[in-house]
Structure formats: C-alpha cells, structure tokens
Design a protein around this ligand. Sequence first.
Ligand code: PEP
Ligand code: MN
Length: 264
Amino acid sequence: KLVSRELKETPTMVRVGGVPVGGRGLVVMAGPCAVESEEQLLSAARAVKAAGAQILRGGAFKPRTSPYAFQGLEEEGLKMLARVREEVGLPFVTEAVDTRDVALVAEYADALQIGARNMQNFRLLKEAGATGKPILLKRGLAATIEEWLMAAEYILDSGNPNVILCERGIRTFETATRFTLDLAAVAVVKENSHLPVIVDPSHGTGSWRLVLPMARAAVAAGADGLIIEVHPDPARALCDGPQSLHPETFDRLMGELAPVALAV
Ligand code: PEP
Ligand code: MN
C-alpha cells in the first residue's frame, strides 16, 4: 500500500503554501471554526500569527449537524480567506464538503480539508486528490485507523502524495468530552505510515479548557502538528464557541508547547 511505511521509510513532508508539514518540527494551524466576517477572520488571523501559528484554518463550507445552524459563507468566505492570507501572510486550509465545490475551493485554498463526516466519501477523496492540492484528511467519527489509512490510500492512488492525517476524536460511550481523542492513533500511524499526522484537540474535546492539556499531550505523543480553533470572541462564535480558544489563551498555549516539542 502507498500509505505504508514498508513501502517508504522516510517521513513524507507536505508543503502547505510555503510551510512544510511532517518530517521535522511542529506546525500549528489555527483560526476560527467558521469564517463569519472579514473583520472576525482578520482579527483571528493576526492573533494566531503573532502567537506563532504557521497556517490559518477557517471553514467557508460547514458540515453542520442541524440544517438550521449556520452553514458558512461559501465563496464569499473563500474570498475573505484569500484576502486575509495576503494581508497577514499565512497560507490557509479550508474544507470542501461536496464534489461540486472541490474546484472552487481549490481555486482559493492552499490545502483542502476533508471533514470527519466525509472521510469515506470516496468520490470526494478522488476529486480532492486530483486537484493536486495538499489534503488534510480528518479521521471519521467511527473509523478505525485502518479505514482512515485506506481513505488516505484513495488520495495517494489518485496520484497525489500530499496527505496530512488528522486525529480529531472518535465516538465512544464517554460523554464527558465531545469525542474521545485517540492519541494512541498518532503512535500507531507513525509506526505504520510515512504520512504526517496532526491532532485536533478542539473537536477532540469540545471544551477550550481541555484543549490545553490535550494539545501538550498530542505533541508529546509525536504529532507533527496541531489544528486549533481560535476565535476573537468565543462567546459570540456562530460555530463551536465552547471549544474555541480566546487569542490570549492560544498565545499562552503556544508558549507551553515549545518545551514539550523540544523534549520529543
Ligand atoms: C472543522 O474542522 O471545523 C470540522 C468540522 O471538523 P470535523 O470534520 O473533524 O468535525
Ligand atoms: Mn469546528
């Protein structure tokens, strides 16, 4: 298999904009769950860049549980992301939720995110892969590590080697956290694959307080990076406010990560 470490010993390095992910160092992607306005995005982007994040995140197409919840600004949001990229100087990753949007998202984005709910949408994987853009592949809510790696295999098989895996928590019987963040998956992936793997402690816990220890733990477990939700005003966020870090808290977290990253 193309994802397998038996086939390729050396870690794969994926470039997002100019930023290398995998192989060495820790890469932090941060920004709001959803792009809500240019002002909100610019404020978040400036804050995460100042704190040391290297890649901006933000959803323009949102996969929401309820059809009545905010669904994203779509192309308007992509345009805001592109303008803020120029203004702040951060490449960005954003989600494509449907094959019909892949070409549009790829026109703007530095990397395409495939969300947990679409991990086994095989047509979407192939179409996203065919753009040649780096793909951030989130683990499905109820996917085994093997199924997740096979989803990555679809992208590699489409001729695109630039896949970043993202552990974002799985469904278990536990209700104290939004999902159960499977940090052992990081070590398992590292053992079996050459692909970079990052961790999303925001969706993995659902609570901003828990993001801090789980981010440190992810780095200690050997993750190549983190993706973290940061909002200038979490209480007013249109999406995932309870798990979004205030910019000051994000800045504090970045300071805490440095010594952990040095130790691994
Ligand atoms: C997100 O990153 O905003 C998101 C919806 O993530 P997931 O697909 O992991 O739920
Ligand atoms: Mn979110």
